[in-house]
Write a protein that binds this ligand. Structure first.
Ligand SMILES: [Fe+2]
Ligand SMILES: [Fe+2]
Length: 383
């Protein structure tokens, strides 16, 4: 019986070279085809655990933007985050040096707090930083409780974990890079969307809500997850063309003259021209949204006066999301409409302003839409 475990336990043996190869092949094949970062972290952790015959293993990564370290232990728990530099993992990462502890309770570097909470008994610990191709430390492996009779980790175990990190490093890096690019794109789009809206009396949460409504409508219409997500990211840019409309028009408190309104309408075409040259699918979607969000199902909209399905579905969805949100928000020049009146208008405009199918999905998904509206309320209304 192994005193450090609650359950009956017999010691295990270190892997034979054949077993080691089998573990490496099995995991690296899975890791290479994995697209999600959290899955790669779990696979890497399990691979390391099996290779060094540890009871537990975690893979920590650096989130430089937030000055934190994070890991995913299981899918159920999700991400865990700690400040950069804290704990054994933090010190291994910041010094670039591995840390071996044979008996955690005899070592001041070990913090017994989490054992106290979970009832787990940590004995041996091995924490090793790992690097990318450029030699920069990007994370650390932490293995806990060696399950062989020796009960402590060796430098050979360290070599194995370094190997595990090297085998998965490339997949890890490309996934992280991919995520970074996607996140950056989203942030830029939201920022650009806010510029367009900010110039035109809309509040910050307007673009966020329009994004969520568009996603709900797209998914409800049966679009694929990828496409619905693409529209969610693109729809905040619907008014980006307003960057080129003069303040005198955008900020005018009263009604626009006919000439001013004509100039205002140009924001659609301007937005389209700003975005259309990009080869990125996301920006192409944003270009369509910017161009067609004021088109109407019956052909009376602008700038092209398109009708029915000649209006891209992205335009038809964003049109409803945008109008629904704008009517519900108070502005300098108007009161917020009560919900009942907005819903009435949307019903009346079914087949006129709006695509009947989109209106039907809107009412099917109304509970979800109202949740989004409540969760993203404008706390500070523009005066
Ligand atoms: Fe607009
Ligand atoms: Fe808008």
């Amino acid at each position: 019986m192994y005193e450090y475990f609650n359950e009956p336990f017999s010691f295990k043996l270190d892997l034979t070279p054949e077993q080691m190869l089998k573990v490496i092949f099995e995991y690296t094949a899975k890791i290479a085809t994995e697209k999600k970062l959290e899955n790669v972290l779990v696979l890497m952790a399990n691979m390391g655990r099996d290779m060094v015959v540890a009871d537990r293993c975690t893979v920590w990564l650096i989130d430089a933007a937030n000055n934190e370290l994070f890991t995913v232990v299981t899918h159920a728990i999700g991400e865990i985050r700690i400040p950069y530099g804290s704990g054994l993992v933090g010190s291994a990462i910041s010094t670039g040096q591995p840390i071996f502890i044979d008996d955690a309770y005899g070592d001041p570097r070990h913090n017994p707090e989490s054992d106290k909470k979970t009832g787990y008994r940590t004995k041996s610990i091995m924490t090793i930083p790992f690097r990318n191709n450029q030699g920069e430390v990007i994370g650390a492996y932490q293995a806990i409780n060696k399950l062989t009779q020796k009960q402590s980790f060796s430098t050979q175990d360290m070599d194995y974990l370094t190997l595990a990190a090297a085998y998965s490093g490339k997949s890890l890096e490309s996934i992280m890079l991919h995520q970074e690019i996607i996140e950056t794109q989203k942030e830029i789009i939201l920022a650009m969307g806010n510029i367009g809206e900010g110039r035109s009396k809309e509040t910050g949460n307007h673009v966020k809500r329009v994004a969520q409504y568009s996603y709900i409508l797209a998914a409800g219409l049966g679009m694929s997850q990828i496409e619905a997500e693409r529209l969610r990211s693109a729809s905040p840019m619907h008014d980006i063309g307003k960057v080129a409309i003069p303040d005198a028009i955008l900020q005018k408190p009263g009604k626009l003259t006919a000439a001013e309104f004509e100039q205002m309408k140009e924001h659609c075409t301007i937005g389209y021209r700003l975005l259309r040259k990009s080869k990125r699918q996301l920006l192409q979607a944003a270009a369509i949204v910017a161009w067609q969000h004021h088109e109407k199902w019956d052909g009376t909209g602008y700038p092209q006066g398109l009708a029915g399905e000649n209006i891209h579905i992205y335009g038809r969805i964003t049109a409803l999301a945008d109008v629904f949100d704008a009517l519900g928000s108070a502005r300098a020049y108007k009161e917020a409409w009560p919900l009942e009146r907005i819903l009435q208008l949307i019903k009346e405009e079914r087949g006129r302003h709006f695509d009947p199918r989109v209106v039907d999905v809107f009412f099917e998904q109304l509970p979800l839409i109202l949740d989004v509206r409540e969760q993203n309320e404008d706390l500070f209304e523009t005066e």
